[in-house]
Design a protein around this ligand. Structure first.
Ligand SMILES: [Zn+2]
Length: 231
């Protein structure tokens, strides 16, 4: 009862807005307006992440959307404008893809790419953690805070491919190796560009004895777009 009253008050003060176009949405539990729901066409990509390490061909990543248009704007608001509530929408779509593409796999848990403590404090949350927690409750596997950022590095999106790989080297570690040994792990981040961050995290998981690592993100930047920008 109290929850319902709280919902009504929240809806009055903060009307429910469409994740993609920001128009008011009447149904409180809906994430999209009717127009955006009709136009929503994910373009899922499932492929191995590239790596020059010895885990090449071992880590697949599923991402439902191309990082463009209204999805790109929504991710930006989610990351930089405090729209933490978008997480449930993104998680719902990623979870559907996981259930479809990885249906024969059993994950022991889901974890996420950590942020530097200072950055997480400034933002108030880690967007990858929010999505991982929401995916965890949909696909009913635990969510574990297993990785730690041990090196402060340069912002990845300002670098080209070669410098991205060098930039993340040694940036992550595992908090507790005994929780990784022989486990099948799903690793979550918001966007995949070169895949360097996810591969570096996967590498430390494998070094700690993980059996398998699969990745998921909201969106991917197509390789052609990425190389155009960084030639
Ligand atoms: Zn809309």
């Amino acid at each position: 009862m109290l929850n319902k009253v709280f919902d009504v008050i929240c809806n009055f003060i903060y009307p429910n807005k469409c994740v993609l176009c920001n128009k008011e949405v009447i149904k409180r539990e809906a994430h999209l307006c009717e127009g955006c729901l009709k136009d929503l066409k994910p373009k899922p990509r499932l492929e191995y992440l590239e790596s020059d390490e010895n885990i090449k061909g071992k880590v697949k990543c599923i991402s439902p959307f191309i990082y463009a248009g209204s999805i790109k704007s929504a991710i930006w608001r989610f990351k930089f404008r405090g729209y933490k509530n978008y997480s449930k929408f993104f998680a719902g779509i990623i979870a559907k893809e996981i259930q479809k593409r990885f249906q024969n796999l059993r994950f022991d848990y889901i974890c996420f790419v950590p942020l530097r403590k200072e950055r997480e404090k400034n933002r108030g949350y880690n967007q990858a953690k929010c999505i991982a927690e929401d995916i965890s409750s949909i696909i009913e596997i635990p969510c574990k805070d297993i990785l730690i950022k041990v090196k402060s590095n340069h912002v990845q999106h300002e670098l080209d491919l070669i410098h991205r790989r060098a930039n993340v080297k040694g940036a992550y570690d595992v908090k507790n190796e005994s929780e990784v040994l022989n486990k099948s792990i799903l690793l979550c981040d918001d966007i995949v560009t070169s895949g360097s961050t996810l591969m570096e995290c996967s590498k430390v998981l494998f070094e700690s004895g993980a059996n398998s690592v699969f990745c998921c993100t909201i969106a991917y930047i197509p390789k052609s777009d990425f190389s155009d920008k960084h030639q």
